[in-house]
Design a protein around this ligand. Structure first.
Ligand code: FE2
Length: 423
């Protein structure tokens, strides 16, 4: 007797199959399965996908927009200033409560893994404690990976180094950084060298906010790649944002891509945030700011798209919908060819799953039975429609359900409109 049998599930390849699930794993995917099951669901040909993965987020600041004030200039630096005002006033329960609401929103959207940076600049490490508790409390439903993030600088903040290490001692999962925010480019490079050494010593992955600026001379990704090689960290290091790459000249960017290949660094773009925070000091034409996703993919590097922010000092909008992120990435990056749109879908599913090192992720026998069923027929249609997440399944158990979206049209005669049906 199986735990769950999904009938008429459409795979991303278009094939319609039955999926057998038992003891938290996918046990079989066949055109027709005639097994007994405790629960059977007829999916009516809707798309089944591995769950969405958000590889770059900030759970500690999520849902704080307007506190204590809104970001009127819309700039990264005003956002950092507002967060610095708010941070000392927050207690552990407030941070935990908001982050938990965000996690529930994420699950409803079919996102079952989040890599969150957590600010270690607060001397009380309040956010670190709150999110460590949340990570453990949510484990049954959602994978949370926590990166120690020295928002106010690893070297620039006098206690930055000590606090980041203390946060790692409490049990965070990876080492972050913010080299472009250190006092000088030299100190930025020093911070990268120290943080990579720390990660190597502790056996942790690295994911740094790196070169989040339009300044083409911000080249910390070069140092990050070089330090990755020096410490033998290939495949375990990620550069987040990398927006200066948008503005670099092609000759330098070409050399840099070769170094990044050698270092096997992963790249994470944050399309919603990059398109709104970058280019703020331009007149016209205004730069888009998103890193060179096409070129990174062509170089064989793993590229994830992150949501980064939902209703916080940097971004007033968002509902933690990774399909909105994929759609924005496609638009901003000129990634609108058929295979490029599929790359955008992979940038919110399998690529970030690999960057996070999620075990047994995927849609094959033996994989964890973590799935999302979408009211769409294929991944490109999912990006187009951002459709209802009909079922979200974690370890073989349905943990969220949403009714299919239909509109009753009353024109000459009454009819039902379903945006996914074109015939
Ligand atoms: Fe970020």
């Amino acid at each position: 007797m199986l735990d769950l049998l999904l009938h008429n599930a459409r795979l991303p390849t278009g094939q319609v199959v039955d999926i057998a699930i038992d003891q938290g794993r996918i046990r079989g995917i066949e055109p027709h399965l005639a097994a007994e099951a405790h629960r059977r669901i007829d999916l009516d040909g809707w798309l089944v996908s591995p769950p969405f993965v958000d590889s770059h987020f900030h759970l500690d600041s999520a849902l704080t927009a307007g506190q204590p004030r809104h970001n009127l200039s819309g700039t990264l630096l005003e956002g950092i200033a507002i967060w610095s005002e708010l941070k000392p006033t927050l207690d552990e329960e407030q941070i935990y409560g908001r982050a938990r609401r965000l996690c529930e929103m994420a699950i409803a959207q079919g996102n079952l893994a989040i890599r969150s940076h957590v600010d270690t600049s607060d001397p009380r490490l309040t956010a670190v404690r709150a999110l460590l508790r949340l990570r453990d409390d949510m484990r049954s439903w959602l994978d949370i990976q926590l990166i120690a993030f020295p928002q106010d600088g690893y070297l620039r903040l006098p206690a930055g180094r000590r606090q980041l290490q203390a946060a790692l001692d409490l049990g965070l999962d990876g080492v972050g950084g913010i080299p472009h925010f250190e006092r000088t480019a030299t100190e930025g490079a020093t911070s990268i060298a120290e943080l990579c050494r720390l990660a190597a010593e502790r056996g942790l992955p690295v994911d740094m906010h790196c070169d989040e600026t339009d300044d083409p001379s911000s080249r910390h990704i070069e140092t990050l790649a070089a330090e990755t090689i020096r410490h033998g960290l290939q495949g375990r290091v990620t550069g987040s944002h990398l927006t200066s790459m948008h503005s670099m000249d092609n000759a330098y960017a070409g050399k840099l891509l070769g170094l990044m290949q050698q270092a096997e660094v992963h790249a994470i773009a944050n399309p919603l945030i990059n398109i709104t925070l970058q280019g703020r000091y331009d007149s016209y034409p205004r730069r888009r700011g998103m890193t060179r996703v096409k070129e990174l993919l062509a170089a064989g590097l793993r590229v994830g798209f992150g949501h980064d922010c939902v209703m916080d000092p940097w971004y007033r909008l968002g509902s933690h919908d990774m399909l909105e992120v994929a759609s924005m990435g496609a638009h901003v990056g000129h990634l609108t060819g058929e295979s490029e749109l599929l790359d955008c879908y992979r940038a919110v599913t399998e690529h970030p799953a690999a960057i996070l090192g999620l075990p047994d992720y995927g849609l094959a026998p033996g994989c964890r039975a973590d799935l999302v069923v979408l009211q769409a027929r294929d991944p490109i249609e999912a990006i187009r429609l951002r459709p209802a997440r009909l079922y979200v399944i974690r370890g073989g158990r349905v943990i969220a359900e949403t009714a299919p979206r239909h509109t009753r049209l009353s024109l000459h005669e009454t009819s039902m409109l379903d945006l996914s049906r074109l015939d």
